[in-house]
Design a protein around this ligand. Structure first.
Ligand code: C5P
Length: 225
């Protein structure tokens, strides 16, 4: 029996990571963080010295790259390993965050990662978060969720995350601008742009706690069984 696939898409900062991780845990399925893979490729490009405008050099670099995604176990986040190097922490810097949207728009990058994600999802049993999971990677997913929140709320959450990590030199308005810019880039690219699948359930999380959101999604999954 093939296990289900749950697709969770949405813009930056809507709470996808926390929610997806918890839904996976609640349903005893594997958590697939596709954003981490795009971040891994951005890290690779940044460290190669190749210009982010040089699409053909990036395509060549990516075609030769060895990418490994190891799902989370216990309290370990999923590990991203590129050409033998564990980049799990290195992909979370603001520099990578700024680079990842333009790099993830390239066809060679998307092709490689979508293939890899589809391979990982062959047997089902995953909860995947991203931008194009319900529309492109797993169009037949059993449950599709489109998670949103206002730009203001998303920036506020990002600020709290940074403060938790001991960084208190960030400006709320600057974060709002960065989020708006990434939303724009992700939803206006030609290939698999960020958008709600026609059969996805949209959940605005502005006034919902993480627990409420997780419970709602788990509930949708149980109805669907
Ligand atoms: O979710 P996260 O913020 O880690 O994603 C980083 C970036 O990776 C997104 O802004 C987007 O440009 C890209 N991405 C994508 N398709 C996905 C997941 C992420 O293009 N399925």
């Amino acid at each position: 029996l093939r296990k289900p696939i749950i697709a969770i898409d949405g813009p930056a900062g809507a709470g996808k990571s926390t929610v997806t991780r918890r839904v996976a845990k609640a349903l005893n399925l594997t958590y697939l963080d596709t954003g981490a893979m795009y971040r891994g490729i951005a890290w690779l490009v940044l460290n190669s010295g190749i210009s982010i405008e040089d699409e053909s050099a990036i395509a060549e670099l990516v075609s030769q790259a060895d990418l490994e995604f190891i799902p989370s176990s216990d309290d370990q986040p999923p590990q991203v390993i590129i050409n033998g190097e564990n980049v799990t922490n290195a992909i979370r810097t603001p520099q990578i965050t700024a680079l990842v949207s333009p790099i993830s728009a390239y066809a060679a990058v998307r092709q490689k990662l979508v293939n890899y994600q589809q391979k990982l999802g062959k047997l089902g049993g995953i909860v995947a978060e991203g931008r194009d999971i319900g529309t492109n990677v797993f169009p037949d997913a059993e449950v599709k969720i489109f998670l949103t929140a206002s730009v203001q709320e998303r920036a506020r959450r990002r600020l709290l995350d940074f403060q938790d990590q001991g960084q208190d030199n960030l400006d709320l308005q600057q974060l709002e601008r960065e989020i708006e810019q990434r939303d724009y880039q992700d939803s206006h690219r030609t290939l698999a742009p960020l958008r709600k699948a026609s059969d996805a359930i949209e959940l605005n999380t502005d006034d919902l706690t993480v627990e409420k959101v997780v419970n709602k999604i788990v509930h949708f999954c149980q109805i669907n069984e």
